[in-house]
Design a binder for this molecule. Structure first.
Ligand code: SF4
Length: 352
C-alpha cells in the first residue's frame, strides 16, 4: 500500500457552550490512499462533518481541535502556518458541501469565481486561468462549458452547481476532495450522476475522496473503504463488502436493519432504540452501550479496542467486545491527550 494522502489520528474536536463542553469528535482515526474513495458514514451528530471541517482547520469558535494529528502528504496540518494552510485549502484539498448554491457567490459568474481560485493557487494569467476553468468544466461533464463560464449560479441547476464546485477543486490542482453529503440536496437521478462523476474522477485523475454521508446506499455504490462513526468514534472500518455485507458492529447492523431496501417486502424495519448522545455527557466504556441489544458488563468498563475480523488483505476491524481476544489497536485513552488549553483560532481567511 502506498503512503496515505490523508491521515487522521486520534482526532478530538470540542465545542464550548453554556451547558459545558460538547465532545463532537472523540478520537477518530483513519487514513486515505491516493485515488481511494473513503466513506465516513453515520447518523446526524456523529461527528463526521466536524471531522471534515477539522481536516481543513475550518472549525470555527466556539469549536476547536482539542487533540490529535491530521497529516496531508506527510505535513501535520495542525502545525502549518495560516499562509501554508491557505495554500492547502483549494490547492491540495478541495471541499464540496451539501448545498452548492450556498457555497457560490451569487453576484459573480461561476467562471469569475473559478478563475480567481486558479490564479491564486497556480499563478496563471487571466486568459490562462479562463482556459483552465473551461477545461475543468468540460472534465466534470458540464455541457457547453464556455457558456457555463459566463453563467451566474442562479442560471444553473443544483446538479450543475455541484459540478462547478467539483471543477473548482480540480482546476487548482487538488488531489483530495472532501465531499460532505454532496448529493443529499439533489434529485435522485442527479444524485446518481454526481456519484458517477466522483467515481470517474477517481479513475481518470487519481483523485482521493473523503465522502461524508448518512446514506449507506451511497457508500455501497461509491466507496472502496468505509468508517462507521458513532458519537464521535469510528466503531467499524473495512472495505464496503466487509462492513456492509458481513455482520460486524451492532451499530452498523442496526443501521443496515433500518434500511427499507434491505428488508423483505412487508417486514418491519428494525429500529435502534434510544438516540445519539449529545456529546455533553461522557459515556463510560463502549459509547454504544446504552443502545446496544448485546450489551454485557464489560461494555460499561473500558472503551473496547478494535478487534480484527477475518484475514482479508484490507483490515476489517470492529470496536466491540463481542469479537476476539486480540485487539489490532490498543484501547483508546479516554479524552484528549494533547493540545489542551484555550480554543485555537481556526477560521480560514477565505472559503474556497
Ligand atoms: Fe454492544 Fe458491548 Fe459491542 Fe458496545 S462493546 S457494541 S455495548 S456488545
Amino acid at each position: 500500500m502506498s503512503t496515505p494522502i490523508l491521515e487522521v489520528e486520534d482526532l478530538h474536536v470540542h465545542f464550548e457552550n453554556y451547558a459545558g463542553t460538547i465532545h463532537a469528535v472523540n478520537g477518530m482515526s483513519f487514513s486515505i490512499q491516493p485515488g481511494e474513495i473513503y466513506g465516513l458514514v453515520g447518523e446526524s451528530g456523529c461527528g463526521k462533518s466536524v471531522t471534515a471541517l477539522a481536516a481543513l482547520r475550518m472549525v470555527k469558535p466556539p469549536g476547536y481541535i482539542a487533540g490529535g494529528r491530521i497529516r496531508y502528504r506527510g505535513d501535520d496540518l495542525l502545525e502549518l502556518s495560516e499562509e501554508r494552510m491557505h495554500a492547502v485549502r483549494g490547492g491540495g484539498i478541495a471541499m464540496v458541501f451539501q448545498d452548492p448554491f450556498a457555497s457560490l457567490n451569487p453576484v459573480f459568474t461561476v467562471g469569475d469565481q473559478t478563475n480567481r481560485i486558479i490564479r491564486r493557487h497556480l499563478g496563471l494569467s487571466q486568459k490562462e486561468a479562463r482556459a483552465k476553468a473551461v477545461d475543468a468544466f468540460d472534465k466534470v461533464g458540464l455541457p457547453d462549458p464556455e457558456t457555463v463560464y459566463d453563467s451566474y449560479p442562479f442560471h444553473l441547476s443544483g446538479g450543475m452547481q455541484q459540478r462547478v464546485m467539483i471543477a473548482m477543486g480540480l482546476s487548482s490542482g487538488a488531489d483530495l476532495l472532501i465531499a460532505d453529503e454532496p448529493t443529499t440536496a439533489l434529485d435522485v437521478t442527479i444524485q446518481a450522476q454526481i456519484l458517477k462523476l466522483l467515481t470517474d474522477l477517481r479513475k481518470r485523475e487519481n483523485l482521493a475522496i473523503l465522502l461524508i454521508t448518512h446514506d449507506l446506499g451511497v457508500v455501497a455504490e461509491t466507496c472502496d473503504r468505509v468508517g462507521v462513526a458513532y458519537a464521535g468514534h469510528i466503531v467499524e472500518t473495512g472495505t464496503v463488502e466487509q462492513c456492509l455485507y458481513t455482520r460486524g458492529h451492532p451499530y452498523t447492523d442496526g443501521l443496515l436493519g433500518a434500511l427499507p431496501d434491505l428488508v423483505e417486502h412487508g417486514a418491519d424495519l428494525e429500529v435502534i432504540d434510544g438516540s445519539v448522545p449529545d456529546g455533553l455527557e461522557t459515556i463510560p466504556g463502549c459509547p454504544f452501550h446504552p443502545r446496544c441489544p448485546h450489551v454485557m458488563d464489560v461494555c460499561r468498563g473500558d472503551p473496547p479496542p478494535f478487534y480484527r475480523l477475518g484475514e482479508g488483505r484490507t483490515t476489517h476491524a470492529v470496536a466491540c467486545y463481542l469479537y476476539g481476544e486480540h485487539p489490532v489497536i490498543p484501547p483508546r485513552a479516554p479524552g484528549p491527550t494533547d493540545r489542551p488549553g484555550p480554543p485555537r483560532s481556526t477560521e480560514p481567511e477565505e472559503a474556497t
